[in-house]
Design a protein around this ligand. Structure first.
Ligand code: DX5
Ligand code: ZN
Length: 225
């Protein structure tokens, strides 16, 4: 299976997070957001160890792959990403994002993921200093700035964490995507864009609404204003 290409930097993209979706009805939930224009779907993988919650594994990603052509943006919030990444690639992930806090040799792991044919994202928790990722960001396709402490949807946006986007944008220029994740809504999406983000994960702001198309339109209107 050939991985899909990450949308080129220069466009503003929403990545709806299925964390807040109805897991018993995932195909339909995903169809609603892709029909409304979302090109990416954000998959939050939690292991009950790196974060205090448990979500989904490679078999679920494989079923999702069968029901959508969307770009599958897989966010590994797990202690041993080196052990499990290949299974997520085989399941059909198009991009694997891992946490800097979980890997001893990030440069080698980025290279390994590239050789598997997927795009690579690198992320860090709100308390983790931006210096820890600086020398690796130019090797990635996307940098993910966590704007909540990971584990749960519907938490409040941490502005101080979002400001890291500015520093990352200074380092990488316009050629790498910067994604923000956590607490994105109609107000915070424009704040994160002003800091330099171009890719916006939104779970609660989309899937807690009964009209997903209206929720997506309202977020896109807010970020394009
Ligand atoms: C948090 C996850 C997020 C989460 C965002 O640990 O990584 O992707 O789904 O949810 P909202 O948009 O509800 O803050
Ligand atoms: Zn996420």
């Amino acid at each position: 299976m050939t991985a899909k290409i990450l949308p080129q930097p220069g466009t503003l993209e929403l990545a709806p997070s299925i964390l807040s979706a109805d897991f018993a009805n995932l195909a339909n939930e995903i169809r609603q957001v892709t029909n409304a224009g979302a090109k990416m779907v954000h998959l939050d993988v939690m292991d009950g160890h790196f974060v205090p919650n448990i979500t989904l594994g490679p078999p679920v990603v494989a079923w999702i792959r069968k029901c959508t052509e969307a770009f599958l943006d897989t966010h590994l919030m797990i202690t041993d990403p080196e052990q499990y990444a290949e299974a997520f690639v085989k399941a059909g992930s198009d991009l694997i994002t891992f946490h800097i806090e979980t890997v001893k040799d990030p440069g080698s792991f980025i290279k390994y993921l590239r050789e598997k044919g997927v795009s690579v994202g690198l992320t860090l928790n709100p308390p983790t200093p931006v210096e820890t990722i600086e020398k690796f960001v130019s090797l990635c396709d996307m940098v993910l700035i966590m704007t909540v402490n990971p584990g749960f949807g519907a938490q409040a946006f941490i502005d101080e964490a979002a400001r890291k986007c500015r520093r990352i944008r200074q380092i990488i220029g316009p050629t790498v995507r910067i994604e923000v994740d956590g607490g994105i809504n109609q107000e915070t999406i424009a704040v994160a864009r002003d800091y330099g983000a171009d890719t916006f994960v939104a779970g609660n702001a989309i899937f807690a609404q009964s009209d997903r198309a209206a929720a997506i339109k309202s977020l896109m209107d807010a970020v394009q204003k």
